[in-house]
Structure formats: C-alpha cells, structure tokens
Design a protein around this ligand. Structure first.
Ligand code: SF4
Length: 704
C-alpha cells in the first residue's frame, strides 16, 4: 500500500503551536504525527494533538459538521438549508437594513483566537473598513488581554520578550497562575528535560491548588486566590531589603522606581505571607532564588489574566523582573503563555476592539489614518475608534444597542461569563449570524443564519504561537459539503457591501483575494513597527520553516537584549499597582472561593476535542472538587450530587474530595455548558466583572 501523503501544518489547540504532519489521501485525513522539524515541539505532541485526525473522520465530517448554509426561524419553524447565494442575500440584506436604520455602531463582530491571521485580517477590514463599526472583539479578550496591557504598560509594546529556548536556559523558573503540565503539555516536557539537565535548577510554582505542575516544584506557594499582587510586592520588598536589586539596570533602563519602592515598603514578607496565606520563610526563599539565580524566567497564564486585577497581576510580576535585571538576556524575562493557537496573530492583525493592525491603537487618530491608507480607503473615509470589548459587546446587545452580531468560530453561549446575560443579548438581537465548522454548538440555536466554515486540515494561512513564532497552516483535504474558508466568507460579504455602501471606490477586498494576499497586506502593516515582518513571506516560511518576529533581515528569539524599550523614554516602566482584594469575596452566604480550571485532555468548550472518545479516558464527565474537610463539614460524600450556587446562577455536579485544594476553595473545569449541565453550565456560575485596564473578565473566580 502506498504511504499516505503528508502535509505540514500546525496544531489548532493551544498556544504552544506544535507543528504537525497531516497524513491523508487527498480526500480524507488518516493520521497525524508531530513535525520533527518544527522548533516548538521537535516531533512531540500531547494527547490532543495526537488525536487530531479523529476530529476529522468521515463520521464527524458527515454528521457533526455544518455542511451547507442554514436559515433558522426563531419562531420555531424548521431550519432551512439553503445555497450560499440565498444565505448571503439574507446576511447582506439584513446588515444593510440595520446599518441604514441604526447606523454602523449597531453591528458587532465577535471573532476568535482560533481563526488564522488571514481570517482576522478579512474580518477586521469588513467590520472597520467596509461597515465602519468599531465593534469587533475576539474571544482572546477572555484569555490574553491582561497580558497585552501589562506588556504595554511596563515594556511599551505587546511583545513577549522570550522564546521557548529561554525555558530551557533558565536556572530559576517561576510559574504563576498556570498549569502547563495540563494546559501546555509539550512545553512542560521541555521544562522537565531542562530540570533534568541542570542540577540546582529551581522551580517555584504560585498556584492556590497543588496542580500537576506544582507537584514538580521545589517550592509551591499555595496562595489564597486573588492575592498575586500582594505576593509579588512581598517578593520585591524582600529583594530590596536584602540588596538583591540590580541597581545599575534600574537606574539606566527603567523609570518609576521611587514611587514603587515607597509602595512596597509596607509589603513586608510577613504582611504578604499573612495576606496570601503562605509561610513567610517561603517568600524569602522564593525572592532569593528568583533574584540571585543567574537567569530567572517567569511563565504565567489565565491564573493572572482572568481576574478583575489582571493587568496589575501582570505588571507586579514584571516589576520583579525589572528590579532584578532578569530580562533581555538568555533564560530570563516575563513570558506569558497564550491559551489559544492564534491569540497572538489576532493581536498582530488588530482584530480586537482596542487594537488596529500592526500593534496600532484605534484611539490614536494617526494610527487610524495609517490603516485607512494601507487598506486603500479614500481620503474622506475615516476608520472608527475603539469599540466594545467582548463582554461590553454582549451587554450592549442585551440593552438593545447592538442589533446585529456576527459570531465567528467561537461559542459565546458557553464560554462567556454570566450566561444569563449572553442569552438575553442573543435573543434580543435582530440578526445573529453564526459562522462555524460544527453545527451543534450551544450558540448555534440562537442564529438566524448559520454559515458553514472550513477548519483544521482544510484551510490555509498562518498562526503565531506564544513565543512570537509564525507557522504556516495548510489544507490537506477539501472542506465537507459547501463549507468555505472564514476569510473567503468575509471577503464575499465585503465585496457585496462595498458595492452598496462605498460605490465611489474599489472594494477593499478587490486585491486581497487569497490568504497570501491578505497576509502580504498584514505584513505591510507591520513595516517599521515593533513586530516588523516585512522580511518574511509565505515562500520563506515554506522554504525555511516557522520564524519568530520581528523579522526584517532575520528572526529574533529574544527582545530587549540591548536594554532599550519601546517607550517614549526608551526605559521600561515600573507600575505602581495597589493590591486589591478579590472582586467577589466569600461571605456568610457564599463561603467558598470557586475557581474555574481546565482538564488535561479537553479543550475549551469541547466543540473539537469532544468528538474524540479517547480523550474522555482520563476524565469523562464534569465534577466539582472540595477539600475533604470542607466536604465533611457539610456532610457531603464523595460522588454525591451537590447543588452549586453563586450570585450568578446554579448547577448540579458530582463531588470529588481532593486535598490538593485549599480549605474553603472549590474548582470546576470550564469545559461543560448547558447541554450537559443543569442551569446554564459552568459559566452560568461565573461573573462578568472585568479588569478596568484590559476588559478581561474575572472568569477564574466567584464566591460559591
Ligand atoms: Fe497541540 Fe498544544 Fe498539545 Fe502542542 S501542546 S499538541 S499545540 S494541544
């Protein structure tokens, strides 16, 4: 038998961005292997990556995929499969009606960190350039926006300064609010290997729970939820007290040190220990390892980001790096891990309410003019300013201000917090378009129009992983039925709408008629910017493999090695952030702190990984965990069904007793929604309070 054809592509799950070889016969995907030449994984894959081909079996493609456009009748009539022409007539007709009656700001787009950069480019042009609505945001808002704002506030640009090589070179690794053993498994293998190679390697894990990552740590700081800023201030105080500050780095390359020093003067390790619920000696120990190690790196993710203090959590940690000079050298720096495969690419392409292409700012009129010129808008046309972030978008829809929502490759009726509000918003909209690969998501029933999209293994483009590495995504087989690429659907609608709304000029999509053309336009948007990739091309990526940005003459694995930061003064900025208690604190009525988590073998809302029975081998169903003493105090037994109630909603789950949780804490994996659970699923329990700087909701935390 002839060996299968192999197509080189990228895993569509997490931000590690592993390279894969898709095995296929041209019509069907038959297997998947790790790409031995991809620098993110060197051939390794985790269980999710290894089973990707099982998400594309003939059965899945025949029965779970959305194969043709469908019009749905909210009055209860049967769904009506239609051709693309009828579906796009409906989409364009309704968008033009709403645009004419209520103005561009009545239209919103909610897109996804699972989209390719080229898809982001197309939707951004459609929203901002054609329709002139400012309201396009991404589910990356739920994932990385606190890291984005933290980098910008502290270092001057949204640019993770490190690469995976640094993980291997660090002598001290501080992992805060992340469980890479489960959430970024292939990267975790590199951490384990680095520890095995380096005697004396220090691993500090900051996490309320004793996770699989914490079990490997030399020091586990099991802090109380939401006390990260207090801990980082306490660590900084210890560094100052012991003379472990890099005075030369602070005086030559930073600003804002004096007020921060004043602020942390009161944060003695004793006070921080009391606030965080950890031994004081552990704070002194962690400070010594972090400051005194020749190379200290921090890795962090949703535990810091998904908080009403998300940006402060990030900047307080970056303060530590700046004070000790642990940045801009091999094995050192603050390194945010991205959750989704292309959260980074979406940021680069400006597909968010607070960003424009090339890391520009929609609040800056000069940046809006730059982008307008790049897209070929006529001189009289202006791009809109900043729009609603993800949660505000749905709040505006619930108030009746947003009349049309176009939801692309994401499932807000499961993944956004405060599901009661989300459902109110979707019901109140006059037009809901859901563009999806899978037709059975929780959001699909709310759609007036369902548009079938192609997905992994069927589409072309690029993604950027956590270390700023751009990889190609390639199609191995055609999509099922009449499904189309996301960018192509946006382009078709853009051409039609431009012909009506902007007949005085050629359509913005006239020249961008392929993923490569869209990417070339994106590449041009980065010229002269911190993420300049004008030296890259599809041909170069195809020939030489994935590359990190910036890339003008060549790649750059590490940023700020020259100790110049992209701020007006060229110096990094200490951020004087006060500690704020949790947004929603436990009290007599709701005495437990609930944290949402993820499981090793599942991915987000299960719309892809939920098709693979093998992935349910480790954990097959949702549960709530409590410390055994908390269970005993409530006379609850292992396996018993318990009712969970927060201020936002309720559901019922079986109990699992686990002493790896702290007292008065509970956790639930986020993967299950209302199709499986009573009430409105796990996110029926969560709150929509947000970080005031980043707009990222505090999905990690509610009082129970
Ligand atoms: Fe895919 Fe992430 Fe697993 Fe790599 S670590 S195979 S990118 S899910």
């Amino acid at each position: 038998m002839a060996p299968p054809t192999q197509t080189r592509s990228t895993c569509p799950y997490c931000g590690v961005g592993c390279g894969v070889l898709i095995e296929h016969d041209g019509a069907q995907i038959t297997g998947v292997r790790g790409d031995p030449d991809h620098p993110a994984n060197f051939g390794r894959l985790c269980t999710k990556g290894q089973t990707l081909h099982l998400t594309a079996t003939p059965q899945v493609r025949a029965h779970s995929r959305l194969r043709v456009p469908v019009l749905q009748d909210r009055g209860g009539g049967p769904p009506k499969p239609v051709g693309w022409a009828a579906a796009l007539d409906r989409v364009c007709g309704e968008l033009l009606r709403i645009h004419g009656q209520h103005g561009p700001e009545a239209i919103g787009f909610y897109v996804s960190g699972q989209l390719l950069t080229e898809d982001y480019c197309a939707f951004n042009k459609l929203a901002r350039g054609v329709l002139k609505t400012p309201h396009i945001d991404s589910n990356s808002r739920l994932c990385m926006s606190s890291a984005v704002v933290g980098y910008k506030q502290s270092l001057g640009a949204d640019a993770p300064p490190c690469s995976y090589e640094d993980v291997e070179q660090a002598a001290c690794l501080l992992i805060a609010g992340a469980n890479p053993a489960w959430a970024h498994p292939v990267l975790f293998r590199r951490i384990e290997a680095a520890r095995a190679r380096q005697p004396g390697h220090r691993l500090i894990v900051v996490d309320p729970r004793r996770t699989e990552t914490a079990e490997l740590a030399d020091l586990h700081l099991a802090l109380q939820p939401g006390t990260d800023v207090a801990l980082f201030h306490g660590l900084l105080h210890a560094c100052i007290w012991q003379g472990w500050v890099d005075a030369g780095f602070v005086s030559h390359h930073t600003e804002g040190w004096a007020p921060l020093k004043d602020l942390v003067r009161d944060w003695t390790p004793a006070r921080a220990a009391q606030t965080c619920g950890v031994p004081e000696a552990h704070i002194w120990q962690a400070a010594e390892w972090f400051a005194q190690s020749p190379r200290s790196l921090s890795l962090y993710c949703q535990g810091l980001n998904q908080s009403a203090s998300g940006t402060a959590n990030n900047t307080a940690l970056i303060n530590l790096h700046l004070a000790t000079g642990q940045i801009g050298k091999p094995g050192a720096g603050p390194f945010s891990l991205t959750g989704q495969p292309n959260a980074m690419g979406g940021r680069e392409a400006g597909g968010m309410a607070t960003l424009l292409p090339g890391h520009r700012d929609p609040a800056n009129p000069a940046h809006r003019v730059d982008v307008a010129k790049l897209w070929g808008l006529s001189g009289l046309e202006r791009l809109p300013g900043p729009g609603h972030d993800a949660v505000s978008l749905f709040e505006a829809a619930a108030r009746g201000e947003i009349k049309a929502l176009w939801i692309v490759c994401t499932n807000p009726a499961q993944s956004l917090p405060d599901q009661a509000l989300v459902r109110q918003a979707l019901t109140r909209c006059e037009l809901v378009i859901v563009q999806e690969a899978f037709g059975d998501t929780a959001t699909a029933p709310f759609a007036d129009v369902l548009l079938p999209a192609s997905t992994w293994g069927e589409k072309e483009g690029t993604v950027t992983n956590s270390e700023r590495r751009i990889s190609r995504v390639r199609a191995a087989v055609p999509p099922p039925g009449e499904a189309r690429a996301d960018w192509a659907i946006a382009r078709e609608v853009g051409l039609r709408l431009d012909a009506v709304l902007n007949p005085h000029r050629p359509s913005l999509f006239a020249r961008t008629d392929s993923p490569e053309a869209l990417w070339n336009e994106h590449r041009e948007s980065t010229r002269g910017r911190d993420l300049d990739i004008t030296g890259l091309s599809y041909a170069l990526l195809d020939e030489r493999g994935p590359k990190t940005w910036p890339f003008v003459q060549g790649p750059q694995a590490r940023l700020y090695t020259d100790r110049w930061f992209p701020t007006p003064s060229g110096r990094a900025r200490f951020q004087c952030v006060p500690f704020r208690p949790l947004a929603e604190r436990a009290d007599a009525q709701f005495p437990l702190q609930l944290t949402t988590t993820r499981l090793r073998d599942h991915w987000h809302g299960l719309s892809r990984s939920g098709r693979v029975p093998r992935l349910f081998g480790l954990e097959g169903a949702p549960f709530v965990r409590l410390h055994p003493q908390d269970a005993q105090r409530r006379r609850l037994a292992e396996g018993q069904l318990v009712q969970l109630r927060t201020r936002h909603g309720e559901t019922v789950l079986p109990l699992r007793c686990d002493d790896r949780l702290g007292l008065s804490q509970a956790d639930v994996a986020m993967h299950w929604g209302s199709e499986v659970l009573s009430g409105l699923g796990v996110n029926g329990l969560t709150q929509r309070r947000r970080c005031p700087d980043s707009g990222q909701p505090a999905l990690k935390q509610a009082a129970l």
